[in-house]
Design a protein around this ligand. Structure first.
Ligand SMILES: Cc1cc2nc3c(=O)[nH]c(=O)nc-3n(C[C@H](O)[C@H](O)[C@H](O)COP(=O)(O)OP(=O)(O)OC[C@H]3O[C@@H](n4cnc5c(N)ncnc54)[C@H](O)[C@@H]3O)c2cc1C
Length: 485
């Protein structure tokens, strides 16, 4: 065995979407990072097919906004229909650019995202990604952690030291086991068949909305994907045999209502058991979990990966402060206290939508919606705040929008991955010293005045993840807010 000769600020276990995004954010922050990934292949099979504007903003932060834009599709939304085809719930999404500077909701191909995350990591020379390396032992020694992994290409056992170890290692997380936490079970566990198909001929009749067929006998999701890709997710019954349900003739007979082999080829078929679980403890000492290792959700809101991206956006800048010795326990503990209630809200909503799709409890989902006038209901995308944590004032825990500046750039591109003060220019002119933080004023972007007015404030201090830390309505408040920096 090679004993610990290398030391890293942070070791990340897992290079899925959560781990890769965290590696980028820590790379931008200048940390020395090791990523261990068991799989040799650069890209996983597609699982996630949807992400939202907040997540796109994180991808923008890591430099993927433009390259990702070329391969994604603005999502029209989701319609829930009953077995007779009657609309139960319409969750259509706005088609205009929204407050984050992006569209509200996108459809995407996960291997494309993972390829871009993988290629982009070369921009960070201090991030070392080691594939075919499986972590198996983590020991928190108080002032650092020791990590052992097997290099599966050579069979060598390697030991390294790290200031922090973050488990982005998926549903069967090793790091979660070392933290020793239990999971809270939110009650949903179902086996589904997932079929990705590539159309050979255009089929506009399939529709550009995604559709949930809420048929109690045969619940099915149809997901409109970018380009020629289409996905069907089909709930399995307890008696369906795992070994035969994926046989092509069985698949085609299930899809016959929509497509035949003349229309499309099967790109991939897999079965998944969807769970609804949240870890009770997300950190112990120098060990952390994020993404699927901390929570799992049924996919009906398209929010599993999104939650993982929100986790790492919340965690990355706190870890960077910890590595620099600038973080106290309250800051470190705010990761779980802020993120856990937020993800729990999303999972609870996804479970309710599941109850509409499989008709076990349609009323719980319909209570989330407003009557639409045509006998059905209409749902808006829920916006969930962070749980209790950092900052003060009525708006803490809310995310601030992203105005486009007068010079054409989006605010986050102009500021970079750092805190920012967004303020009324007149109020700022009253300061007798530099604010000590990047600034965007009402003179820099047209939308800023309206954004501040919406909150009823004259200045907001934003964290690097763009959540509101504090607000001010006058000069004294502004000075007090800046003093907290
Ligand atoms: C059918 C389906 C549809 C979905 N649709 C959506 C959707 O539309 N939108 C959405 O947001 N989410 C969706 N999800 C959820 C989403 O796919 C997951 O939440 C997301 O992929 C989790 O990412 P992750 O990086 O946290 O974990 P993973 O992607 O599971 O990555 C974990 C990584 O850790 C590695 N690893 C594990 N243990 C070790 C070890 N000991 N050493 C080294 N490496 C290790 C694994 O090899 C893996 O690469 C869907 C899921 C499914 C199954």
């Amino acid at each position: 065995m090679t004993h610990a000769s290398e030391t890293f600020d942070v070791a990340i276990i897992g290079f899925g979407p959560s781990g890769a995004t965290l590696a980028h954010l820590l790379g931008i922050s200048g940390l020395r990072v090791l990523v261990l990934e068991r799989d040799g292949a650069a890209y996983h099979f597609p699982r996630a097919v949807h992400f939202d504007d907040e997540v796109m903003r994180v991808f923008q932060t890591v430099g993927l906004g433009d390259s990702l834009s070329a391969d994604i599709r603005v999502n029209l939304g989701m319609r829930f229909v009953d077995s007779e085809g009657r609309m139960l719930l319409d969750w259509s999404r706005p088609q205009e650019i929204g407050r984050h500077g992006w569209h509200a909701s996108y459809r995407f191909h996960q291997p494309t995202l993972e390829r871009l995350l993988n290629e982009g990591i070369a921009r960070h020379p201090d991030v070392d990604v080691r594939r075919r390396c499986e972590a198996f032992l983590i020991d928190d020694r108080g002032d650092h952690a020791v990590l052992r992994y097997e290099d599966m290409a050579t069979g060598k056992i390697v030991e390294v030291r790290a200031g922090h170890v973050v488990g982005c290692d998926g549903a069967r997380s090793l790091v979660r086991r070392f933290i020793g936490t239990e999971m809270e079970d939110l009650g949903f566990h179902e086996r589904w068949l997932v079929v990705d198909a590539l159309l050979k001929t255009p089929r506009p009749d399939l529709g550009d909305h995604s559709i949930q067929y809420c048929d109690p006998q045969h619940p099915v999701t149809y997901a409109r994907q970018p380009g020629d890709r289409r996905r069907w997710e089909i709930r399995l019954r307890p008696e369906d045999d795992e070994r035969t349900v994926t046989a092509p003739d069985r698949i085609w007979s299930r899809l016959a209502r929509w497509i035949t082999p003349a229309d499309a080829e099967l790109e991939r078929v897999a079965t998944y058991t969807f769970h609804s679980l949240v870890a009770k403890q997300w950190r112990r000492g120098r060990l952390w979990i994020a993404g699927d290792s901390a929570h799992q959700t049924p996919p009906f809101m398209g929010q599993g990966m999104c939650a993982g991206i929100r986790d790492v956006a919340n965690l990355a800048w706190k870890l960077a402060l910890a590595v620099r010795g600038q973080a106290d326990e309250a800051l470190l503990d705010s990761y779980q206290s802020e993120r856990q209630p937020n993800v729990r809200d999303y999972i609870t909503t996804a479970v309710r939508l599941g109850g509409l799709i499989n008709a076990s409890d349609p009323e719980a989902a319909l209570r989330l919606a407003q009557p639409s006038g045509d006998g059905g209901s209409r749902m808006e995308s829920p916006v969930s705040r962070l749980g209790p944590g950092l900052g003060s004032g009525p708006h803490r825990g809310q995310i601030f929008g992203q105005p486009r500046l007068n010079d054409g750039r989006l605010m986050d591109d102009a500021i970079g991955y750092a805190p920012v003060l967004v303020a009324d220019a007149a109020l700022l002119s009253g300061l007798d010293a530099e604010p000590g933080v990047a600034v965007v004023t009402t003179d820099d972007a047209q939308g800023v005045a309206a954004d501040l007015a919406d909150l009823g404030v004259r200045a907001v201090l934003l964290r690097p993840d763009r959540y509101i830390l504090a607000t001010a309505t006058d000069l004294a408040g502004l000075k007090a807010m800046l003093a907290t920096l």
